[in-house]
Design a binder for this molecule. Structure first.
Ligand SMILES: Cc1ncc(COP(=O)(O)O)c(C=O)c1O
Length: 389
């Protein structure tokens, strides 16, 4: 039989992580060194009280039924957390849970766009920002994030006709992969832009708890007018090390949330009840580990970025997220080629910037998933390899 798959499959490439995972497997088989800074999965444990809440709930057979919707307890926990953390007031119908922000971002365009309507997405940007709309048969158009603007959006550089036809815009700070944060004034400009062109803002705030150098992560919804123009995605994956539990939220504008919930009611039957219980425990329980983990990431960032700088690989930075973003060392121009050479010479794995869009070329992204001591060792291995000319 001959299969004719959908054209959209041609727009999606096999993820680089599969390629890197295969190389990693080979190296391990050959007994070669591997220092994996490619994938952004936290190496920290969830808090004991969070695991206990999940374990306890998992002991009860009635909790294996379809959850269908978010429990009141969960919605109250989100309301409490947004108030305590960002001083943002939410109501229950301004919240929906998601099976991870990734899942939410892969579907939200279905509620907003007809086929071929435009979603503005960042270049460079986290891949699901563009793959999501494409899967939903929307069209994507890129806005540029450039180092000379400190990777903030230059609204004047977005052509008027593009802004006019855009129905939605994905914005995300602290930003993966470029590791920059945005000040409140940026969000004020964003809201003005959204109102002027009638564009729905989809703000992904996966890393508000991972901001460095004494700054504090903020919510888009804490800025006046935000709820009139959009929603925010907020994930428990990185803030509470619950990546595999798949629990996140979309919060904000009632109309958008209500449409999204209507769509979701046809395609999923709610988050597993023990996972809802774990989320309640995380959001309402002791918060000590959130700051402890943030500090550890910052220490790792320092060890990696300062270390690379000291051996002549200049320019690695991170203002937030669990990553660092670095221009290629002098003498290299192709990020994919460089990553493969780095692996070959050192066993250090990172991600070529080109994966995140054309403007990511010339850079690599490191995940801060090794201890300070290991980061120092990694810097030393890179130094000894002679790859920095
Ligand atoms: C910017 C950004 N958004 C969303 C996600 C996915 O989050 P979740 O685990 O909630 O799907 C990630 C994961 O790396 C991310 O970096």
């Amino acid at each position: 039989m001959e299969f004719n798959f959908a054209d959209r499959m041609g727009q999606i490439e096999e993820g680089i992580f599969t390629t890197l995972a295969n190389i990693k497997k080979e190296r391990i088989k050959e007994g070669k060194a591997v220092y994996d800074l490619s994938v952004g999965t936290p190496d920290f444990m969830p808090d004991r009280h969070v695991m206990d809440a999940l374990i306890e709930a998992a002991k009860h057979p009635e909790n294996y039924k379809y959850a269908i919707s978010d429990s009141d307890e969960l919605l109250d926990a989100v309301i409490l957390w947004y108030k305590r953390r960002y001083n943002v007031d939410l109501e229950k119908d301004e919240i929906t849970s998601l099976a991870g922000s990734q899942e939410g971002l892969s579907r939200i365009a279905l509620t907003i766009c007809n086929p071929n309507e435009t979603v503005l997405v960042p270049n460079p940007g986290y891949p699901i920002f563009s793959i999501g709309p494409l899967l939903n048969d929307a069209k994507i158009e890129y806005y540029e994030l450039r180092e000379e603007n400190n990777y903030l959006i230059d609204f004047d550089s977005i052509p008027e006709e593009v802004a006019k036809r855009a129905k939605a815009m994905v914005v995300s700070y602290p930003a993966n992969p470029i590791c920059r944060t945005a000040p409140k004034s940026f969000y004020e400009d964003l809201i003005k832009f959204a109102k002027k062109y009638n564009i729905i803002i989809l703000h992904d705030n996966a890393y508000s708890e991972l901001v460095y150098d004494g700054k504090e992560g903020i919510s888009f919804l804490s800025v006046e007018g935000a709820k009139e123009v959009g929603i925010e995605f907020n994930s428990l994956s990185k803030s509470y090390n619950l990546t595999g539990c798949r629990i996140s939220f979309a919060v904000g504008n009632k109309e958008i949330i209500s449409q999204f919930k209507k769509l979701r009611s046809q395609v999923d039957y709610g988050v597993f009840i023990p996972v809802q219980k774990a989320a309640v425990a995380a959001l309402t329980g002791p918060q000590v580990s959130v700051e402890r983990n943030r500090q550890e990431y910052e220490d790792r960032r320092n060890a990696l970025c300062d270390g690379l700088n000291s051996i002549g690989w200049k320019g690695a930075v991170s203002e937030g997220t669990m990553f660092a973003w670095a221009p290629l060392p002098e003498g290299y121009t192709n990020s994919e080629k460089f990553v493969l050479e780095l692996i070959d010479k050192t066993g250090v794995f990172c991600v070529p910037g080109s994966v995140f869009g054309s403007l990511g070329e010339g850079y690599v992204r490191f995940a801060l998933v090794k201890t300070v001591e290991e980061m120092k060792e990694i810097v030393n291995v890179i130094k000894e390899s002679g790859i920095i000319k």
